[in-house]
Ligand binder design. Structure first.
Ligand code: GDG
Length: 727
């Protein structure tokens, strides 16, 4: 059993000099973090090697070399790089996911290529994957891969991690292929994001765009439980700590000191991207020099912009604007001995970065959006003497953890400017306090920790799915249930109605029994050994209309009314309903404020329905209603039951469990079965003897021994039982 890491790019740099290929492992955070995994045993990392290789002979040679480094290449053509990578990944997904929808292009050819390349990755995985392997897929270039793999290998373990933000539903819904993207993401078992906000946005998109349900962060899709959770990525903090004392870094620091005598350094490092807020940062620095000329010759902005995607027009434009603004500030403010902005459009060796992290009194990181932002964490890890101030945009994932930074809104240039002044003047003891707290966070939640908790959780999710399967009353368990059924002489079967025998309908009046259901119930009642009891929260009049003529016992309104098949309707003695006069006006105000909601009045209960209310608003009002009612009902012997898109208020003595128990007392059954889907049915499951077959519909979190997925599976089981003795 091995683990296969999959990402668009392999963690390797291949260069060609004098006809010889040189392979260097890349030092990026992800490569370091996952190094502990992919270099072990026969584990693998699969991805694009970053160069275009057309001849198969050449490809084979490279493949062989990479294989020895536990790397497995997926070769892309220039067309694929243009359409799948530059196109759909960087011109469609990247802008939408970073809240720049106006930059997004929705081209069919981009999408087609994206789907094809994801498929190509799938094919490559199948060449090296074996049964039992775990696959961990990374980032926005491969959103379809989990679903494509799952379709062919339903039981395989798949993790997925998104390194960029997941946008709010309002943004995500713009993408023409939104449903296909989500369906395929749900092929994973565990979906990891940097922050809880990303998780919330993902779940809200999934539940609005696809017909799926979620309970907290668990999504049920195609009968599988998929988890979406935050795993804030960390860095190799030890590496950045120890780098600061290496010779090379010390030499770099000494050189920088020479040119930064008596000048405080404000450091900024990013890739060229409109999401990074580079122009706004320059504006804030400009404001500092304009408004506070005393800082002239006293501070300098050291700004590294790493070249990226600069063949794309938006990036070219951004680069030109940066050039212009930097030129403008420098030409206006520079003096004979001092330059305000040290701007480099290039990358540096990590030893230079480390020296800069050590030198800079202030690190200014102000992206408009950033999944995490590792530079901020690297700065903190490099401040081994606990001095220095980090200014961090609230739009970076890292701001959720590095709460002792000076947190700013990057659109508020004035606020960024004030934060810079605060940072430049911060007392050393405050710097120490803040930096120490951040250093503890960065040390504890380092990249190894990130990998470990992700992988542990992936295994846990798999175990949870398996325990779910074990409780599922699938074919094997049904055979056992049928056997027990066939040998029994006196059987009783309790059946809830809505959600158990029929599916949910937006209009409750429409959920009447159909021919198929009558047929099943008729077959069951034909066997004299069977005693069928319908236990429902519905009004007795409705149940009488639907089942009154059949040889079936009926418990209505959760037990307030009951009827034996050959008898009359009787109500539970001692119930009173004066309380309704007080509760009804409260419910009415909620109906007035919530379009689509309505009240149902039963003899001994009141129900507020919100099935037809706009998603989200109904839940919000339901919570509000429950907090309002909590105090009103306490001294009245009432009970509040939140159900599926309903809240029911009823007498506390009325309870499906109590009434079911009275049915059990009167006879000596050798086969007892109870089926139900909501939490009023839990009372029934709890009073059943241990030998009873208790079956929850739709979930396995229950006092019931087994579960079935939906009313169709219930009907399948009941029909097969009805046929048992006929065979
Ligand atoms: C994506 C998400 C998320 C930068 N300049 C040089 C250099 N770097 C290194 C830094 C850092 C890395 O590149 C940049 O990481 P970030 O996290 O800041 O940003 P992205 O590359 O956009 O990454 C981001 C990340 O994925 C991880 O999930 O945090 O939000 O956008 O490690 O040190 N390295 C060298 N020379 C440079 O000039 N050697």
């Amino acid at each position: 059993m091995k683990t296969i890491i999959v990402s668009n790019r392999l963690p390797v740099k291949i260069t060609e000099a004098n006809g010889e290929m040189e392979f260097r492992q890349s030092e990026g955070g992800l490569a370091t973090g996952l190094g502990s995994i992919y270099r072990q045993g026969n584990n693998m990392w699969l991805g694009w090697p970053g160069i275009e290789v057309t001849s198969t002979e050449h490809q084979d040679k490279i493949t062989e070399k990479l294989y020895k480094m536990n790397l497995y290449p997926v070769y892309l053509t220039q067309d694929e790089i243009n359409l799948y990578y530059e196109g759909f990944s960087n011109e469609t997904l990247w802008p939408v996911f970073h809240y720049h929808p106006t930059y997004a292009r929705y081209e069919q050819s981009y999408w087609d290529s994206y789907a094809e390349v994801n498929n190509k990755f799938k094919e490559a995985i199948f060449k090296i994957a074996e049964p039992g392997d775990k696959i961990w897929i990374h980032d926005y270039q491969l959103l379809l891969l989990p679903g494509l793999i799952r379709a062919e290998h339903p039981d395989i373990t798949i993790g997925f991690f998104l390194h960029i933000p997941f946008p709010s539903y309002e943004l995500f819904r713009l993408i023409p292929w939104r449903a296909e993207i989500l369906e395929n993401m749900l092929g994973a078992d565990l979906l990891g994001f940097h922050t809880f906000d990303d998780v919330r946005h993902f779940i809200s998109s999934v539940t609005r765009i696809l017909p799926v349900h979620s309970s907290a962060n668990e999504i049920t899709y195609n009968n599988r439980q998929v988890m979406a959770e935050p795993f804030p990525m960390g860095i190799d903090n030890k590496k950045f700590e120890s780098l600061t004392t290496t010779n090379e870094v010390l030499i770099n620091i000494a050189n920088l000191r020479e040119s930064f005598q008596n000048v405080k350094m404000i450091l900024s490092i990013d890739r060229l991207d409109y999401s990074k807020g580079i122009l706004q940062r320059l504006q804030a620095f400009d404001m500092l020099l304009q408004k506070n000329p005393e800082y002239i010759e006293k501070v300098a902005l050291y700004m590294i912009v790493v070249p990226s995607r600069d063949t794309v027009q938006q990036y070219k434009d951004l680069r030109d604007e940066i050039d212009k603004l930097v030129g403008n500030i420098n030409s206006r403010c520079r003096t004979l001995n001092w330059i305000p902005v040290h701007y480099y459009y290039r990358s540096f060796p990590v030893e230079m970065l480390s020296a800069l992290y050590s030198m800079a009194e202030v690190c200014l990181i102000s992206p408009m959006r950033d999944g995490m932002n590792l530079v901020s964490k690297e700065y903190v890890a490099s401040r081994t003497n606990n001095t220095g101030v980090l200014i961090l945009s609230e739009m970076a994932g890292a701001a959720k953890e590095l709460i002792d930074a000076l947190i700013v809104n990057p659109n508020n240039i004035g606020e960024v400017y004030r934060a810079v002044i605060q940072a430049l003047n911060m007392r050393p003891d405050e710097q120490q306090r803040r930096m120490q707290a951040m250093r503890e966070v960065v040390a504890k939640f380092n990249v190894k920790h990130w990998v470990k908790i992700y992988m542990d959780r992936l295994e846990e999710v798999k175990r949870l799915q398996q325990s779910m399967l074990a409780k599922h009353a699938g074919p094997e368990m049904q055979t056992y249930i049928e056997n027990e059924y066939s040998q029994a002489a006196r059987r009783i079967i309790f059946l809830d109605y809505d959600g158990t025998l029929v599916g949910f309908k937006t209009n409750i009046e429409m959920a009447f029994p159909d021919e198929d259901l009558y047929d099943i119930l008729n077959m069951l009642t034909l066997d004299p050994a069977n005693h069928i009891v319908i236990v429902s929260g519905r009004k007795y009049q409705t149940l009488e209309d639907w089942f009154g003529r059949m040889p079936i016992d009926i418990i209505a309104e959760h037990g307030a009314w009951q009827k034996h098949s050959n008898g009359e309707w009787i109500k539970l003695p001692g119930l009173y309903n004066q309380w309704k006069q007080e509760i009804m006006p409260i419910l009415e105000t909620f109906v007035d404020r919530t379009p689509g909601s309505f009240i149902e009045e039963k003899s001994y209960s009141l129900v507020w329905h919100f099935r037809k209310v706009e998603d989200g608003l109904g839940e919000l009002r339901a919570n509000e209603l429950m907090s309002t009612l909590r105090f009103v009902i306490t001294d009245k012997g009432l009970q509040m039951l939140p159900g599926s898109k309903v809240i029911e208020i009823k007498n506390a003595e009325v309870n499906k469990g109590k009434v079911a128990l009275s049915w059990l007392e009167s006879n000596d059954y050798d086969y007892i079965m109870a089926l139900g889907d909501d939490h009023t049915d839990e009372d029934m499951f709890k009073v059943m003897p241990a030998s009873a077959f208790t079956i929850k519909i739709g979930s396995n979190i229950s006092a019931a021994h087994f579960f079935l997925r939906d009313f169709r599976e219930v009907r399948g089981l009941l029909r097969s039982l009805a046929l048992v003795n006929k065979v």
